[in-house]
Design a protein around this ligand. Structure first.
Ligand code: OOB
Length: 554
């Protein structure tokens, strides 16, 4: 019995982050899942034990654990001087560069809370994160893939009064340069006076793929996140000899913690960051850096499989390829070992917590056909029907879960939490799964109104609301349509006001100019006169999804 039976009454900390019920938290501590260690301490330990071991490589930058730790301490001084304190929220939007980690670990040591924004986020998402959390600072790179983040910061700062600081990696313009915040110790060093943050406090806010109009923020504590990182590292065989290639956006939960970059630091290994996501660039790094493990989403894996057939690079150092974030077809899965010469590990996880892995000792049948099993013995999962009753073994149902690293509520979202969590604290994942006899999960579908565009999640309602803001749009429904590479792309069915026809390009430009992340802009827009309806009169999205097949074939 891993759960303390009692009424599941979620409380909130002073930062509005839901907390596990006290008895449950006590249980997780006594059982040793939560060890009371913060990320800041974890890095300090590694710097003591492996000072000269390389921790981080990006382009020409190579940081040992000692240098990494020193940079973090220097930034703690710089951030503190700027007024960033324990419990302040800071929106961090950085690409795959070493500074991402210097920034995050400095915030962890201060007890400040980074919001893990993605480089693809734009005005709509960033303004929302800053406003909703009353963020004190926003940390960006000057430019990335041609996009000017300083200009975005200017617009956000004008609108969000809580935002006191914009900190820039690169050319800061009127803002503060991150490079000026690496401060050496002086007399009365602030580091000596800072108290270590409480490990039960929120360490970071992850961003949920979402199902509603506004993205939800996911509070992860040092205790729960570090536990998930530790178990992930163990399951994936990550140790001080591991060399991890990070090509996915580093702030995402998968490359950050499953076991990801944090798991590699936990184990004393090396992280190699890359920004150019082409297979050739990745293969060149695999050969050069002797990469042992990499993590990809299915569409990139397909590209790697194609490119590997013709490559002259030596990929023999690669032992494990993790694939997750979206359903990986068994057909493609079967090719991984013969083509890339490494073991496939399927990863089915969620920023809210639960992560499932196929194990390194599993046979090919399991590795190719299932999405793994929960990583922790303390993970509780149940597969239920629409009424919440358990389905018969082997039948399809919705996955619900709770455990020592699955949140019991979103940040500042009490109403949504009553829908997304059961009264006994289970998170309703919205994923339709089948549990095999041996306890492995197969993801077969989804009941949440979300599009999984090759691992990037799009909440239908969010995009629909943005489109409804256009004066010509009377009604809109966004659905997934099949895509050979992405798995799913998005298709918006739009009904225009009778006297106001508009054009696809006009609507796409409208969304872009409003500042919606480009991966959320519909891949296809179809104008229709009406929507098919269900028996109770709701828009029949299932029928619209079928319609995308017909359109595709015309
Ligand atoms: C990962 O996290 P999120 O928060 O971006 O997305 C979670 C959702 C899941 O609920 C599921 O719908 C889908 O993404 N998903 C998969 C999957 N992995 C995630 N669907 C089918 N097969 C898979 N292997 O995507 C994430 C977080 C940690 C580790 C790995 C992925």
């Amino acid at each position: 019995m891993t759960v303390v039976e009692q009424t599941w009454l979620t409380k909130f900390d002073e930062r509005d982050c839901p907390k596990w019920p006290q008895a449950q938290a006590d249980y997780y501590r006594q059982a040793g899942y939560w060890q009371g260690i913060t990320f800041g301490e974890m890095l300090k330990n590694q710097a003591r034990q492996l000072p000269h071991h390389e921790a981080l490589v990006a382009g020409k930058e190579r940081w040992t654990y000692q240098l990494f730790d020193q940079k973090v301490d220097q930034l703690v001084r710089g951030f503190h001087q700027l007024g960033i304190q324990d419990r302040d929220v800071v929106v961090v939007q950085l690409p795959n560069i070493n500074e991402f980690f210097a920034v995050c670990f400095a915030l962890f040591r201060l007890g400040a809370i980074p919001v893990m924004a993605l480089p693809a986020h734009r005005r709509i998402e960033i303004r929302y994160f800053c406003q909703f959390t009353q963020a004190k600072a926003y940390i960006i790179a000057d430019k990335y893939f041609g996009f000017d983040y300083c200009q975005l910061a200017r617009e956000i700062k004008a609108e969000v009064s809580s935002l006191k600081q914009v900190i820039v990696v690169g050319e800061p313009q009127e803002f503060t340069a991150l490079s000026d915040l690496y401060l050496e110790a002086e007399a009365n060093d602030i580091l000596a006076t800072l108290t270590n943050p409480n490990a039960s406090h929120t360490a970071l806010l992850q961003v949920s793929g979402g199902t509603t109009g506004l993205p939800k923020l996911i509070p992860r504590t040092h205790d729960d996140y570090l536990y998930s990182v530790k178990v992930s590292a163990e399951i994936c065989g990550v140790n001080s000899h591991s060399i991890y290639l990070c090509s996915l956006p580093v702030a995402h939960n998968f490359p950050l913690s499953s076991p990801g970059t944090l798991g590699v630091f936990y184990a004393g290994g090396k992280v190699v960051l890359m920004q150019d996501t082409t297979p050739e660039a990745a293969f060149s790094l695999i050969e050069q850096e002797q990469i042992t493990i990499a993590a990809l989403v299915p569409p990139t894996t397909l590209l790697w499989l194609e490119a590997a057939k013709k490559t002259t690079y030596d990929l023999s150092s690669l032992q494990i390829l993790q694939v997750g974030g979206a359903k990986f077809s068994a057909e493609a899965a079967k090719q991984v070992k013969p083509v890339l010469g490494c073991q496939l590990q399927q990863v089915f996880g969620m920023a809210e917590g639960l992560v499932n892995y196929t194990r390194l000792t599993d046979n090919e049948e399991i590795c190719n056909h299932t999405q793994g099993k929960p990583m922790s013995p303390a993970d509780e999962i149940r597969v239920v029907d629409e009424e919440g009753n358990p389905v018969l073994p082997g039948e399809v149902g919705q996955l619900q879960t709770r455990g020592p690293y699955t949140i019991c509520g979103y940040y500042k979202a009490p109403q949504h939490n009553t829908k997304a969590f059961t009264t006994d604290g289970f998170y309703c994942t919205g994923d339709e799964v089948k549990l095999t006899e041996s306890g492995y999960l197969m993801v077969v579908g989804r009941i949440k109104d979300q599009i999984n565009r090759g691992g990037e999640k799009i909440a239908a309602e969010e995009v629909e609301n943005q489109l409804l803001a256009h004066p010509a749009v009377h009604d809109v429904a966004l659905v997934a349509m099949p895509d050979d590479i992405l798995g799913e792309a998005s298709c918006a069915f739009v009904i225009c006001h009778a006297d106001q026809p508009t054009k696809v390009m006009v609507l796409k430009r409208f969304l872009r100019e409003r500042g919606l992340a480009s991966y959320k802009i519909p891949d296809r827009i179809e104008f229709v006169d009406s929507f098919p309806k269900t028996a109770v009169g709701k828009v029949n999205k299932k029928a619209l999804r079928c319609l995308t097949n017909t359109i595709k074939n015309i």
